[in-house]
Design a protein around this ligand. Sequence first.
Ligand code: ATP
Length: 334
Amino acid sequence: MGDLNLCVIRGDGVGAEVIPAAVRVLKRVLPSLNTIDADAGWNCFTRTGSALPDETVNRITECGAALFGATSSPSKKVAGYSSPIIGMRKRFDLYANLRPVLSLPSYNTTIQDALVNLLLVRENTQGLYAQREYMRGDEAIAERVITAAASARVGKIALQLAQSRQKILAIVHKANILPLTDGTFRDAIRAEARNFPAVEIRELLIDTAALQIATKPQSFDVIVTTNLFGDILSDLASMHCGGMGVAPSLNMGASVAIAEPVHGSAPDIAGRGIANPCGAILSAALLCRHHWNLRDAADLIERACFAALASIRTVDLGGAASTEQMTEAVLAHC
Ligand code: ATP
């Protein structure tokens, strides 16, 4: 095993609380890990004039891996500001976003049957996140860009993952209304699937998929979908794993990977020491599993997190534990 280097970017709000917790767990499991801090986000923008300084980009490039907290992006256009996570996805061509959902024992009371264990793979560079927005007269227009090449490469990752799991891939789209864009997405993945004959391909329209994720989540193995649909479906699916505080994600490219909890900066609870660190800790596990190929470390972190959650819970999960107490409980199982 060569040197492991990680760029740590806390970002805004609860990012500053949950990312140090995840770093503590990573360092416990991987004592030789080198970390270097870097800055990005809204606070960074107000201080330096850049939400994603060149120095941060350089540090991520040097490390090849980053753990990112969250950023408080304003919902109105602010001159000179653009979302750093979207900037990082573009800059490092992080074309696939992995969002696993594993149901938390005894948490979910609405889904009675089997455990939920689905993996959502979101295309991460195109769609409405291409951010091609402009005005034409009184029309506000957003271009939704989809290419066959980008669809095929995210499809390939989803197919590889499906092949290593239950061998079922659901392609989620809206090609009945958007035959050019979503038709391109679906057809490119179907073409790629010819190289994976063992994987069963299913197709679902986005609205049907949303209903089934809410009502029959255990029927899914791997889901692949376009950028905005993936963003929305993963928040919905997180209801089965305990909500936003527990949901992890990994942005993957050819050489760089950036792990980040699915949640945002959570300004309503930031600074109170009550944020759930599990989404960040489980994101670190994804980095171990899918980027560093350290499966034992990933298994250990995931098992420790779930073991801790069996006895102690943060406020978002109906418990009273602080971020610090939750982190200590995970560390005790590492
Ligand atoms: P942003 O615009 O940065 O995404 P937001 O408030 O719209 O911010 P989130 O930050 O994801 O979205 O928060 C959504 C809800 O989930 C909030 O009620 C927040 O308190 C809760 N939440 C998010 N992260 C956590 C966490 N780590 N622990 C506990 N609750 C959380």
